[in-house]
Structures are given as structure tokens and as C-alpha cells.
Ligand binder design. Structure first.
Ligand code: SAH
Ligand code: SF4
Length: 387
């Protein structure tokens, strides 16, 4: 978090119960907790306050007491890149895990379209899984993000886009026409969100609170590589929209591409999907399918995909493979992607091809990590240069 004071803990990511505890430790009488919590909640999550002094509904003394121990700091922005297509990527430094060390880095991506804006957030530093086509999976350092660090990514994006009631929206690069600039949140950045279940659930609880950040659960999508036992629990405890990184229609191939399949194969994964709560035509599961040339992109694969998904309210999202240095795959030819999409379409499934966004700044699906690697490399060069 921005280190205005290394000793202060940020309140970003605190839920109502935790905020009530803060007031209790500051000696605020219990009968006033509810009101104080509502006030700070509103100022922090609905209005984007960055300093306690902005929260003038709290007394001067209370603001000073809060500021002594806490802050409203967000993760620190190391770099902000804007793609030619308006996509923005932030490289963020988290608070250090040990005093005297540098905090780890994560990436957050904002993808504006005409009528909506999607914020793609990370759930872990790196990822313990090793999907063969994914750059993030090659990163060594892995740790779970805390709720503060997950919610913090949304706060940073809203700060930078100017999406708070009293702020001016920064419309320098094609923001959507929609009333809100960030209309959708997707957990599709770095990490496997279901391996960080509790923190991601708590963070999404804050993101979905209607009197706070205010993203409806229908506009929050969790993407998983297929942590089958956690899918029903996510349905019960969070019940956001769900996306599944399927990528192959046969277990032998999926074992290779998405190694978690060896633990939980396709049939078990699809059973968990069928049982996901309240599915309907209006609430479908998205199946993500990365198009790898000559690997999983044949017409027979498309037909098998249709057969596998029969009976599940589904959307199929074809993702052209985004290359990264040293990647062992190529993206399918455009005609093949179109042919695949047509088979899926004829079977009655919407199958939008996800147009690659932000490739020039390595912000597209599966490309996240590179900036942090480069940063580490330049830090090493710097160290080497110091006598
Ligand atoms: N770990 C989660 C969420 C993050 S990845 C998951 O795997 O679902 C978001 C999506 O991008 C996933 O479907 C992932 O498989 C896909 N992806 C990863 N690397 C990619 C690449 N190089 N090109 C295109 N899509 C990729
Ligand atoms: Fe992890 Fe998802 Fe990348 Fe697989 S695709 S390595 S689960 S981030």
C-alpha cells in the first residue's frame, strides 16, 4: 500500500464488522458503531475518500485518531501503460511482506468498450498452476492476495479513471458511453481465484455491496481453471457469474494444457457446472476456449464441445491465443477460428471471439507477468551496477 506511514494499516478491504472493531479500539461507544461504520463505508467505498480528513461527517478528533493508526492507502502504482486501443494496465506494488524488503508486484487491466468497461483483477501474485499456454503460470513467486489488495485494485482503477461521484472522468482515451466507466469486474488476471477462496469471497462481498462499490453479482465473473470442490461452495457463498477455462474437449489433451485436469477431469468439472445455483438463459456459465493452432482447434473439437455442453446454460468464449516470449504455441488461423465459431453458433450457443485487447502493452489474457519480470531484471541490472 502507498507507504505514507509504514506503520499504518489501510482500511481498504475492511468489511463492516472489521470497521466496527476499529471504532471499538478507538473508544467509540458501541451504540454509535453502526452509524460510524455507515459513514466511513459510504465515504470510502461509494465516494472514494483517500484521506480521513475528507470525511467531514466524523469529528476532527476521530479523524485524527483514525489517521494515527490507519490509512486509506491503495496499492502503489509502479507503472501505468495505455494501449493504442485504450486498454490500460497498471503494475502495482503491494506492501512488503517483511520490513526492509520490496513488496511483490501484480497487474490489473482495464478494457474500455463502447457500452461497457471491464476491469480484470488479479487474485494471487503469480499462480501455482502451470497451464502450458499461460505466461502467469511460469512465474515463480506465488502468494495469495489479501482482501485489501484485491479491493485495492478496484480503488486504484476508479481513482485513475476518475470514477467517483465528485471526480471528473478522465476521458483522454475512449472511455465507454455507459453511465459507469467500470461496469464489470472479472477475476481473470493473475492467479487461480478459487485457491484463494476466502479472501476473494470477502473482497467480492465488498465489491458487490449496493451502498458501496455497487457492482451487481451479475456483473462480477470469477474464472477458474477447474477447482471442482470449490465450485459449489463459491455458488453458495458468493454466487457471482462463473467462467470455466475449458480449452480442451478430451481429458488427454486437457491433462496437458490445464494440468489441474489430472485431479479433476472434464466430466467432474461439467457436473459441478450443471449444479451451479440458479443457472438460466439469463445466467449462463461462460466456457473459455483458447484457440491453439493445430492443437485444439479442429472442427471435430468444435462438435465435441457442443456435445459436452448439452444441457448447460452456456456461452462459449473463443480466445485467440496471445503469444508471449518463448510460448510453445501459435494462435489458430483466423479462418479456423471463424469455422469453429460457426459450428458452435449453429448449435445455438453465443460464441463471441474475444478480440485481443492491449497486446501492445502485454495486457491481453495470459500475458500478465512480463512487466514485473522486466522490472526485476532491471532491478538486478541496477544492483549489478552498484559497486
Ligand atoms: N486462473 C484463472 C483466471 C485467470 S486466466 C483461470 O485460469 O481461469 C483468464 C483466462 O485467460 C483463462 O481462461 C486462461 O486460460 C486464459 N489464458 C491464459 N493464457 C492465455 C494466452 N496466452 N492467450 C489467451 N488466453 C489465455
Ligand atoms: Fe494459473 Fe489461470 Fe494461468 Fe492456468 S491459466 S496458470 S490457472 S492463471
Amino acid at each position: 500500500m502507498i507507504g505514507r506511514d509504514q506503520n499504518s494499516q489501510t482500511l481498504i478491504g475492511f468489511d463492516r464488522a472489521q470497521l466496527a472493531d476499529v471504532f471499538a479500539t478507538l473508544g467509540v461507544p458501541e451504540r454509535a458503531h453502526g452509524m460510524r461504520v455507515s459513514q466511513i463505508w459510504n465515504w470510502v467505498y461509494a465516494r472514494g475518500a483517500q484521506e480521513f480528513d475528507q470525511i467531514t461527517v466524523l469529528s476532527k478528533d476521530l479523524r485524527a485518531a483514525l489517521a494515527e493508526r490507519y490509512s486509506l492507502a491503495r496499492p502503489e502504482i509502479v507503472t501505468e501503460q495505455v494501449s493504442a486501443d485504450g486498454t490500460r494496465k497498471w503494475l502495482l506494488r503491494l506492501a512488503p511482506d517483511r520490513p526492509g524488503t520490496q513488496g511483490p508486484l501484480v497487474e490489473t487491466v482495464y478494457i474500455p468498450e463502447e457500452t461497457r468497461g471491464t476491469l480484470c483483477i488479479s487474485s494471487q501474485v503469480g499462480c501455482t498452476l502451470t497451464c502450458k499456454f499461460c505466461h502467469t503460470g511460469t512465474q515463480k513467486l506465488v502468494r495469495n492476495l489479501r482482501p485489501a489488495e484485491i479491493v485495492g485494485q478496484i480503488m486504484v482503477a476508479r481513482d485513475r479513471i476518475g470514477e467517483w461521484p465528485e471526480a471528473e472522468a478522465d476521458d483522454s482515451t475512449g472511455l465507454p458511453d455507459a453511465e459507469r466507466k467500470i461496469t464489470n469486474i472479472v477475476l481473470m488476471g493473475m492467479g487461480e481465484p478459487l485457491y484463494n477462496f476466502d479472501n476473494v469471497r470477502d473482497a467480492m462481498g465488498i465489491a458487490a455491496a449496493s451502498d458501496g462499490l455497487g457492482y451487481s453479482k451479475r456483473r462480477i465473473t470469477l474464472s477458474t481453471s477447474g477447482v471442482v470442490p470449490e465450485i459449489p461452495r463459491w455458488g453458495q457463498e458468493a454466487n457471482t457469474m462463473l467462467a470455466i477455462s475449458l480449452h480442451a474437449v478430451r481429458d488427454d489433451l486437457r491433462d496437458e494444457l490445464v494440468p489441474i485436469n489430472r485431479k479433476w477431469p472434464i466430466a467432474e468439472l461439467l457436473d459441478a457446472c450443471r449444479a451451479y445455483p440458479s443457472l438460466s438463459n439469463a445466467k449462463r456459465i461462460t466456457f473459455e476456449y483458447v484457440m491453439l493452432k493445430g492443437v485444439n482447434d479442429s472442427n471435430a473439437d468444435a462438435r465435441e464441445l457442443v456435445r459436452l455442453l448439452a444441457g448447460i446454460p452456456a456461452k462459449i468464449n473463443l480466445i485467440p491465443f496471445n503469444p508471449w516470449p518463448g510460448a510453445p504455441y501459435e494462435c489458430s488461423d483466423w479462418e479456423q477460428i471463424e469455422g469453429f465459431a460457426e459450428i458452435v453458433n449453429r448449435a445455438g450457443y453465443a460464441s463471441p471471439v474475444r478480440s485481443p485487447r492491449g497486446r501492445d502493452i502485454m495486457a491481453a489474457c495470459g500475458q500478465l507477468k512480463s512487466a514485473s519480470i522486466k522490472e526485476r531484471a532491471s532491478a538486478r541490472r541496477l544492483e549489478a551496477a552498484v559497486p
